[in-house]
Structures are given as structure tokens and as C-alpha cells.
Design a protein around this ligand. Structure first.
Ligand SMILES: Cc1cc2nc3c(=O)[nH]c(=O)nc-3n(C[C@H](O)[C@H](O)[C@H](O)COP(=O)(O)O)c2cc1C
Length: 211
């Protein structure tokens, strides 16, 4: 089975540096034959300020619907998010506020936070994990904080800092462990629902309803 694991980039700042981290992670995912990935780049989607949830909109903007559909189809999600003012960027929260818990339900979320300073966006990581939980997603224990991004990752995704380079594959390996486990469970749950329903219908003898 081919897994769909998009990379959601939470910065649309002109000159953003977190794009390099997103490209690095996409490159690693692309190297796996059974994974399909793509960049879900908020700079490429026209997402107006949210004034109504997607599910309540009679005629949602095409880009909002497309972004929602792609996240809905995902088996797991990688988020690359810079730290702004000790938190995550407002553009990301605005986009996520359109969605409902169905979009992330039972999906592992791997979060890489990015900063130009020393701490790799750790404040933002804690807050974003809570947002993922509110969406029904499962933030994985591993994280990939990237500090001093300007000196460690090039815009094309080349990682120049060996200590960071060593952390990339274990981070994605943990994501894949959770994705495989949850995809298997999602299919099992569907199968159980189907067989239980069939079993109840087939095996209830006429008249048993009175017992
Ligand atoms: C509006 C804004 C707020 C920022 N706030 C923080 C912060 O609170 N902590 C931090 O470590 N870096 C902060 N930074 C620095 C960013 O981490 C750094 O610019 C990083 O490159 C941002 O990612 P981007 O280039 O993809 O936008 C801030 C940058 C911007 C533009």
C-alpha cells in the first residue's frame, strides 16, 4: 500500500528559511518507494481569515477546500513550523481553524519547529501539539527542532550541520512506525465494523428479539 504523507509548511513569510527544512524532509520521504508526499505550502494557498468552519460553508473557497481535502486524505502529516513570538504563525492557526477533528483523526503528526535562535522553536512545539490534539491528530513523541536555521539548512534542503543531519532519519522513522500502526488499525476497525454488522444480521434468529 502507498502511504500519503504531505509536508505542511506553516510559514508564508517572504524570504522564509523553514522552506529548506521542508525540502529536506520531503527529499527523505520521496526516497521511500511506498510513500507519496508533496509540499502543502500556505504561501501557495489563498486562505482568507476564517469566519466560518469549512464544514459549515455552503460554497468554500477552492483553495481552502483543496487544502482540507489533502489533509483529509493524508495517512500522516509532517509539519514544518517556525516559531513566531514564542508561538506558531497566525497563518497556520487560521488555516487549521477551518478544519474539524475528522481531518486529523487517528493521524500521526510529526512536527519540526524552526528558529534562527538557539532553542529551535520549543515553545511553539508544545503549543502546536495541543492544536493537533484538538484536531483529533496524534503528535508523535519525536520532534525535530531546528535552531539557527540560517546556518544549518540551505533553501534547497541541504543540511549543513552534521548533528542535525543525524536526527532527520530517526525522526521520520518514528513517524512511519506510527503511520503504519494507525493505518493498520484504521483498516482493522473498518473491517470489524463490517463483520460485526454482518454477523449481527446473519446470526440473530427470528424471535430472539424477545429474550
Ligand atoms: C514575526 C516573527 C517572530 C519571531 N519570533 C521568534 C521567537 O519568538 N522565538 C525565536 O526563537 N525566533 C523568532 N523569530 C525568528 C524566527 O525563528 C526566524 O526568523 C525563522 O527563520 C523563521 O522562520 P521563517 O524564516 O520560515 O519565517 C521570529 C521571526 C519572525 C518573523
Amino acid at each position: 500500500m502507498r502511504l500519503y504523507i504531505p509536508v505542511l509548511l506553516g510559514s508564508r513569510r517572504i524570504g522564509r528559511q523553514s522552506i529548506g527544512v521542508a525540502r529536506c524532509l520531503m527529499g527523505k520521504l520521496r526516497a521511500c518507494a511506498n510513500i507519496r508526499t508533496e509540499l502543502l505550502d500556505l504561501a501557495g494557498y489563498n486562505v482568507p481569515l476564517m469566519d466560518q468552519r469549512l464544514q459549515e460553508m455552503p460554497d468554500p473557497p477552492a483553495d481552502v477546500r483543496e487544502l482540507g481535502d489533502k489533509l483529509q486524505q493524508a495517512d500522516g502529516i509532517v509539519m514544518v513550523v517556525p516559531e513566531y513570538k514564542n508561538g506558531y504563525p497566525g497563518v497556520l492557526k487560521n488555516a487549521l481553524d477551518y478544519l474539524d477533528a475528522g481531518h486529523f483523526r487517528y493521524k500521526p503528526i510529526a512536527i519540526s519547529t524552526v528558529s534562527s535562535g538557539e532553542f529551535g522553536g520549543l515553545n511553539c512545539l508544545a503549543q502546536l501539539r495541543l492544536v493537533c490534539l484538538a484536531l483529533g491528530g496524534v503528535p508523535i513523541p519525536a520532534s525535530l527542532p531546528v535552531s539557527q536555521v540560517q546556518a544549518t539548512v540551505d533553501a534547497d534542503g541541504t543540511v549543513r550541520e552534521p548533528r542535525l543531519a543525524k536526527k532527520v532519519e530517526p525522526f521520520l522513522r518514528e513517524l512511519l512506525w506510527y503511520v503504519e500502526a494507525m493505518v493498520t488499525q484504521r483498516h482493522k476497525t473498518t473491517w470489524m465494523r463490517l463483520t460485526t454488522g454482518a454477523c449481527l444480521k446473519a446470526s440473530t434468529p427470528a424471535g430472539d428479539a424477545t429474550r
